[in-house]
Design a binder for this molecule. Structure first.
Ligand code: 13P
Length: 364
């Protein structure tokens, strides 16, 4: 017989739900600036900048100090451990820079993917050991939400039922530990865009994965009002020969969410998953304009699709700081509009923003 034991007090629940609502309040999304040192190496190498701690600090400072309008577009910033403890040139901790603008501080707490032996290259995500202690410390140091990324792959033989079950369970365990420490968990079961599958197959797999995730969250007594979901948009595989319209992507995405994500979840914050900046914005806008009922905020938690133009504009040069900040603010603003279904595309392709950001078997 199922019996409900006490998990969270009413005050703990209120705190978690207030945080989740604040991050996803209308017109706001999340800046995912939690690239690990290894991922930053790839980003910085592309623009000929050495991957040193100081260069990573300078780059993050560009984003976090862009301009005052950031607080209307960004509700939360996800940091990597190193970044959480860095400061601006004048010694102000990044955490304070963000909090002073009434933006919520987040922290990546997973420790990356590891192989699931006996599968066709599938993975689970590690980082549960010591997670409660780390969450307690991060909470003291200013973080109010966390991210944990699981990865699933579409092929003829994947995702396997083992990968679906294991990743759903580890996300639920992580979510439980976060909530016990006053931290809102962003639950991220990312289905990679690698492959030549069509839109319908991505929708089908997304429904199976999200269905399993919400069953596991229920089993683990997760307070859904104090969580956010970070899924992939439903798109065809990168190598699929058929091209689909933004409206088709939107219908498939919203249908998959409606079939699996309870209305108690306050917000869905999509990852960009290697789409070009412009494509990700156009898809987010179409998702918000989709005529089906949508009981959650539908917004962005983009890494590459918020930062690619800014990185290119910067190129490691002091003289380009303003240009890089302008590019970042431009993406933040258009994604804010898209999260309200109010983005009007000019129809012209703006070179850099339309470039694919796809990386095979992407790691974070
Ligand atoms: P992308 O938007 O670059 O896919 O990354 C978002 C993210 O945080 C993945 O975990």
């Amino acid at each position: 017989m199922t019996y409900q034991f006490h998990a969270l007090t009413p005050a703990q629940k209120k705190e978690l739900s207030d945080i989740a609502l604040k991050i996803t309040s209308p017109g706001k999304g999340i800046l995912a600036a939690d690239e690990s040192v290894g991922s930053m190496a790839k980003r910085l190498n592309q623009i000929g900048v050495e991957n040193t701690e100081e260069n990573r600090r300078i780059y993050r400072q560009i984003l976090l100090t862009a301009d005052d309008r950031i607080k209307s577009f960004i509700g939360g910033v996800i940091f990597f451990h190193e970044t959480l403890y860095q400061s601006t040139d004048d010694g102000t901790p990044f955490v304070n820079v963000i909090k002073d603008q009434d933006i919520v501080v987040g922290i990546k707490v997973d420790k990356g993917v590891v192989p699931l032996a006996g599968t066709n290259g599938e993975t689970t995500t590690q980082g549960l050991d010591g997670l409660s202690e780390r969450c307690a410390q991060y909470k003291k140091d200013g973080a109010d939400f966390a991210k944990w990324r699981c990865v699933l792959k579409i092929s003829d033989t994947t995702p396997s039922s083992l990968a679906i079950a294991e990743n759903a369970n580890v996300l639920a365990r992580y979510a439980s530990i976060c909530q016990q420490n006053g931290i809102v968990p962003i639950v991220e079961p990312e289905i990679l865009p690698d492959g030549d599958h069509d839109l319908k197959r991505c929708q089908y797999i997304t429904e199976k994965v999200l269905g399993a995730v919400y069953k596991a969250l229920s089993d683990h007594h997760i307070y859904l009002e104090g969580t956010l979901l970070k899924p992939n948009m439903v798109t065809a595989g990168h190598a699929c020969p058929t091209k689909y319209s933004p409206e088709e992507v939107a219908i498939s995405t919203v249908t998959a969410l409606r079939r699996t994500v309870p209305p108690a979840v306050p917000g869905v914050t999509f990852l960009s998953g290697g789409q070009s900046e412009e494509e990700a914005t156009i898809h987010l806008n179409a998702i918000n304009k989709c005529p089906l009922p949508k009981p959650w905020a539908l917004t962005f938690s983009f890494g590459r699709a918020l930062q690619a133009s800014a990185l290119n504009a910067w190129h490691g040069e002091q003289d380009n700081l303003q240009a890089a900040q302008d590019e970042f603010m431009k993406r933040a603003e258009v994604n804010s509009l898209a999260s309200l279904g109010q983005y009007e595309t000019s129809g012209e392709s703006d070179g850099a923003a339309s470039q694919s950001l796809y990386v095979e078997n992407h790691a974070y």
